[in-house]
Each structure stands twice: as C-alpha cells, then as structure tokens.
Design a protein around this ligand. Structure first.
Ligand SMILES: Nc1ncnc2c1ncn2[C@@H]1O[C@H](COP(=O)(O)OP(=O)(O)OP(=O)(O)O)[C@@H](O)[C@H]1O
Ligand SMILES: [Mg+2]
Length: 386
C-alpha cells in the first residue's frame, strides 16, 4: 500500500488537496481511500458527500472516511482513561476537569491514526491518502510511544510482580484506586499499535508526507518548521504543494497580493530544494464536489501519477552526542569549500555557493551553539553543544 500524508498550517487547502489527490489516484485505477483524522472534519464537505466513521464508497475505486476520534480513543484507551479519572477523583479533582486532564492534548487524533494500521494490515486498498489536522502535532506525538514502550517493557514486569504482593495490602490501608492488570494490558496494546503505526508512517518505501502551503510569509515559515520536524523524526517527505497562487489577470484589489506572492515564489523554490513543488492556482470559487476537485488534481499533477515517489532520500537528521547533538544534512553535489554556516536565533543558515538552505532549528537545538562542522561523503555534520 502507498500512503500519502498531507499536512500544513490551518486553512491552506490540505483537505482540498488530499481529496483531489485521492480522486486522481482512483481515476488512474488505484483502489483508493481518503481518510480525515482531523476532529474538525471537512472532507465530506469537500467531496460533497455525507461521510461516516467507517469507509464509504463515493465513486469507482474511491472510498472516504471521517474517523470518529472519540470512539477510537474510547476503544483503544478507554479503561486507561477511566483509571486516570478515578485516580484524579481520589485526589479531589472535580469531575468536569477529570475528563480534560486524563487526555493528553493531541491524543485523540493519535488514536485516529490506528485506522491507518487497520487499512495497512487489511490490504484492501492500493493508495491511502491522509487529510491530517493542522501542523502535524500528531506526528510529533507519535514519536513518543517509542519512549513509552521502552518504559513499559522495563517497568511492566516489575509493576505486575509488585502489584501481586502489594495490591491486597494497599486495599486494606487506603482507598486509592489501584491499577488493574487489564488497564496495564490496554496500555501495552495501545502503545504497541502506535509503535506499529509509526513504523508504517516512517517506512520510506510506503509513506510520503507532503507539506501544503500558500505564498505567505508565516505559512512558508510554518511549512519549513514542519519539514524540519518531519525529517528529524524520520518521516519521508517527497514534495511540497503551493496552493492558491493568484493568476496573472487579477483586478486592482488583488494586484498587491499577487505581487507579494510572486515575490515569495523563487524563495520557496530555494528553501525547499531538492523537493519538487506542485502548484495550484487560486480558483474563482471554493472547491466543492468532484468536478472542481478533478480540476484541482489536474492543475497539481498534470499527467504525473500522484502516488509516485517524487523524491527519495534523507533530508536531515539529528544524532545525540555526549555534549549535545549533531545535525546531519545531506548535501549532494557540493564541495566542502563552497559551504558556509551561520546561526541566527532559531535558524541555521547553510550557504552553498549561491544557494541558501535554512534549517529552522527545533527548540532543543536553538538553545545550543553550532560549534563545528565537518563535511564527509556529501554530508554536512554540524556539531551543536550546550
Ligand atoms: N486553490 C484554491 N482556490 C480557491 N479556494 C480554495 C483553494 N484551495 C482550497 N480552497 C478553499 O479554501 C477553503 C479551505 O480549504 P481546505 O478546507 O482544503 O483547507 P484545510 O487546510 O484543510 O483547512 P483546515 O486547516 O481548516 O482543515 C475551502 O473552502 C476550500 O474550498
Ligand atoms: Mg482540512
């Protein structure tokens, strides 16, 4: 199965682009499913169909699904949450606050991603297109189960053994809710499943993330940040999509907007190099229904197959060292004496000849200094220390 994961800032056109892409894949003969993991669904509106929590066929070769995040959360994490609520109640936290406190922000969408694993395991579809919630917070959250699992593997046997001895005693001396085996089992199963989801989404022979943006300063910056995080967490990114480009013949009112967009356009080419950029114009009306979605797909991909791997290769990664981190940036076709580095507040500027590559640094790196850099086998290694 091929997975295409569309992410980007709020309102840039993720849902429209995801739906248009899915439609195009279906028309090329792939059995395709497009699913929305954003709790504020608009996929159905975009397709002009009322969708449900289960896959529904909307056209030949095309299925769509709006995942019910709360249901997924309840099914995969319900008794863990129940236990946390009891624990909070025991500590005197009000009932209304319990529900809020026992959910880590972003958890809901996280469990929605389990549907990806379901479709992957069932193997009924050739292409799965994901319309994700803004900013891709969830993908960052998805990197946590690795850590959680590490703890569970080490603590669980100890906890179980200990509980066997301690539980009867604790019951006699306090009414504190004690964690039961089934809660521990649920936690373990959910985390195992999430680790599987992460493995599927970081498999660069299966999944590509694509960042959708518009030609506006803050949107471009957010896109850069997403790109940094995605590649640092090991997700493959194979393209960026620039949506809503104003056409040449706009009226006076939009002339300044168009000029501004045109000013950013070459910048974007440079910033996201070597990723290919797919472009779509600003349509004269909102994009609803298959006719307009088809036009959007045509504008974006022309005769290219949207399920292709448009780019393969690592973008950048982070390695922990004794004193900090090494940032590793592949720079093919580049010689060492062409490379210059500069660090501003939260950016590392890598100049290669005429090209400038800006890496928006994750918070943990922005607080460190880039002290040294090496160039080996077409790869730049920047040494950050505290
Ligand atoms: N190229 C375009 N031209 C004109 N209208 C567009 C274009 N792309 C998207 N739209 C419209 O803009 C609105 C927002 O688009 P969409 O819902 O796809 O964005 P989104 O990134 O998914 O938003 P959210 O972050 O809220 O999920 C919709 O009404 C859509 O029809
Ligand atoms: Mg959307």
């Amino acid at each position: 199965m091929r997975i295409l994961f569309y992410t980007g800032k709020g309102g840039v056109g993720k849902t429209s682009v995801a739906a248009a892409t899915a439609l195009r894949c279906a028309q090329r003969g792939y059995r395709t499913i497009v699913l929305s993991t954003d709790a504020a669904h608009s996929l159905g509106d975009s397709l002009g169909v009322e969708l449900r929590a289960e896959p529904m066929q909307v056209q030949t070769n095309l299925w769509a699904q709006e995942i019910n995040a709360l249901y997924e959360l309840e099914a995969s994490w319900g008794n863990v949450q129940q236990y946390l609520s009891e624990l909070l109640a025991w500590q005197g936290v009000e009932t209304i606050a319990q529900g809020e406190l026992s959910v880590v922000p972003g958890t809901e969408e996280l469990f929605s991603l389990l549907q990806i694993k379901r479709h992957y395991d069932e193997g009924k579809f050739d292409v799965l297109v994901v319309d994700a919630a803004p900013t891709g917070e969830t993908l960052r959250l998805l990197s946590l189960p690795d850590i959680m699992r590490w703890w569970i593997a080490r603590l669980m046997p100890v906890a179980r053994a200990l509980l066997k001895v301690v539980r009867p005693v604790v019951r006699r001396v306090t009414d504190m809710p004690i964690v039961e085996d089934d809660v521990l089992n649920t936690a373990q199963e959910a985390i195992d499943a999430l680790v599987d989801v992460r493995r599927i989404l970081t498999d660069q022979n299966v999944c590509s993330a694509r960042v959708v943006m518009n030609l506006e300063k803050m949107v471009i910056r957010e896109a850069q940040r997403s790109l940094t995080y995605l590649s640092l967490f090991g997700y493959g990114v194979d393209a960026v999509v620039v949506n809503r480009i104003l056409p040449e013949n706009v009226d006076r009112h939009f002339a300044a907007w168009r000029e501004m967009q045109q000013g950013y356009a070459p910048h974007v080419e440079e910033l996201f190099n070597p990723l290919p950029i797919f472009k779509a114009p600003h349509f004269p009306r909102e994009i609803i229904g298959s006719v307009l979605l088809e036009q959007l797909g045509e504008q974006l991909y022309g005769d290219r197959d949207p399920s292709e791997f448009f780019y393969r290769g690592p973008l950048q990664r982070l390695e922990r060292t004794v004193n900090g981190f090494d940032l590793i940036v592949p720079l093919p076709f580049v010689a060492e004496d062409q490379v210059h580095l500069a660090q501003s507040a939260d950016e590392l500027i890598i100049s290669v000849g005429w090209h400038r590559h800006r890496v928006v640094l994750p918070q943990s790196l922005a607080r460190m200094r880039a002290n040294d850099a090496f160039f080996e086998e077409e790869t730049l290694r920047v040494v950050f220390t505290r």
